[in-house]
Design a protein around this ligand. Structure first.
Ligand SMILES: *Cc1c(COP(=O)(O)O)cnc(C)c1O
Length: 374
């Protein structure tokens, strides 16, 4: 049996090695390293794939979120609503810009922001909501967009874990994660569903004017060379990374399908077990399983992790500490009990190996051994 990893990037690479190697060498030979044709090609192909008017590549997903907030003109003191059950980056950039993160608890089933609790958190200072499409499943966007419209606030989608995931509106319209709000953000970190071989990210928007501002901000606030209209940042996607992403984009649907298939296998194997809950699949979203995350109860979670590690099966906790209880946010006044669902999830979740190269032999081995401890 092949070694089991959380993400098997090497086997995935080997399947497309020839194409990748020749394209990378071609970019090097061209020496168009920054904003070269490879970036423009990838940008155009991703716009087509997502059916969005503007893709603006940038340095990473964290930058994408930061630039989105800068481009929307958010000012120190403005409040930004998001979930406390996510990767730190989402709220980190809020704090970095002097904005105030306001957390709203998540749903126990989908792990995503609880739409029913959003309005209670809105104040006259609320300027944006950041729904995080966690683990590859879309938040319930239709009601979120309605709330945002009613209160005249921006929606910044954190689609870092959900590129290619789809949301179905009640009228049957289907849209891709990151293309529904004012602006969407994604990450091409290697382990993400569309990952490059280093850091990368992008913003998406249907709004041409906002896209123009974003293009300026990622390039030092510069629209005409050496004329700087605003304070920006330096956040670019390398041409080599863009070339790699352009090849992998052609496989994205197939990659997401492979993850879904692996999730189906896990679902079947774990459903019916008493102290395990399989991840809920919301009717409105097509899940792309960035992570496959179980909830386990009345089980020594650390023992499961340790025992599995001994036999070469990595099992991870995404995420062990809610954002409102992170040391970095100690001054924000969060305390235990503020967001009970998130706090409960942090104690119960375990994420299993999930990637495009998992085979049945590996999955059988993982399942057979985990159930011993459940
Ligand atoms: C990965 C991730 C980010 C940050 O992306 P980077 O490219 O690593 O900066 C932000 N939000 C979420 C939910 C993520 O999973």
């Amino acid at each position: 049996m092949k070694d089991i990893q959380m993400v098997d990037l090497k086997s995935q690479y080997h399947k497309i090695k020839e194409e990748i190697d020749s394209k990378v060498l071609e970019v090097i030979e061209s020496s168009a390293f920054i904003n070269g044709y490879a970036v423009k090609d990838f940008q155009a192909n991703l716009e087509k794939y997502l059916d969005v008017r503007n893709v603006i590549p940038c340095g990473n997903g964290t930058d994408a979120l930061q630039v989105a907030m800068m481009a929307l003109g958010l000012k120190p003191g403005d409040e930004v609503i998001t979930a406390p059950f996510t990767f730190i980056a989402t709220a980190e950039v809020v704090a970095l810009l002097g904005l105030k993160p306001v957390f709203v608890d998540v749903e126990e089933g989908t792990f995503n922001i609880d739409v029913k609790k959003i309005e209670a958190a809105i104040t006259p200072n609320t300027k944006a909501i950041v729904p995080v499409h966690l683990f590859g499943q879309c938040c319930d966007m239709e009601p979120i967009l309605a709330i945002a419209k009613k209160h005249n606030i921006f929606v910044i989608e954190d689609a870092c874990q959900a590129i290619g995931a789809e949301y179905t509106f009640t009228d049957g319209t289907v849209k891709k994660a990151g293309t529904m709000g004012t602006v969407g953000c994604t990450s091409f970190f290697p382990s993400k569903n569309l990952g490059c071989y280093g850091d990368g990210g992008a913003l998406f928007t249907q709004d041409d004017e906002l896209a123009h501002t974003i293009r300026g901000i990622v390039n030092h606030g510069m629209f005409t060379r050496y004329y700087h209209d605003m304070i920006g940042v330096n956040s670019r996607l390398d041409s080599i990374q863009a070339a790699i992403l352009d090849i992998k984009l052609k496989h994205l649907d197939e990659y997401n399908e492979a993850r879904r298939k692996a999730a189906d296998y896990y679902d079947k194997a774990f459903s019916g077990l008493e102290n395990v809950t399989i991840p809920e699949r919301a009717k409105y979203s097509r899940h792309i399983f960035h992570q496959y995350t179980l909830k386990i109860k009345n089980v020594d979670r650390q023992r499961v992790i340790d025992e599995m590690k001994k036999i070469g099966v990595p099992v991870m906790i995404y995420y062990p500490v809610p954002l409102h209880l992170q040391k970095a946010f100690a001054n924000a006044g969060g305390k235990l009990g503020d967001f009970p669902i998130t706090e409960k999830l942090c104690n119960e979740v375990i994420s299993l190996p999930m990637h495009t190269e998992l085979d049945e032999e590996q999955q059988r081995f993982i399942v057979e051994n985990i159930v011993k401890y459940l």
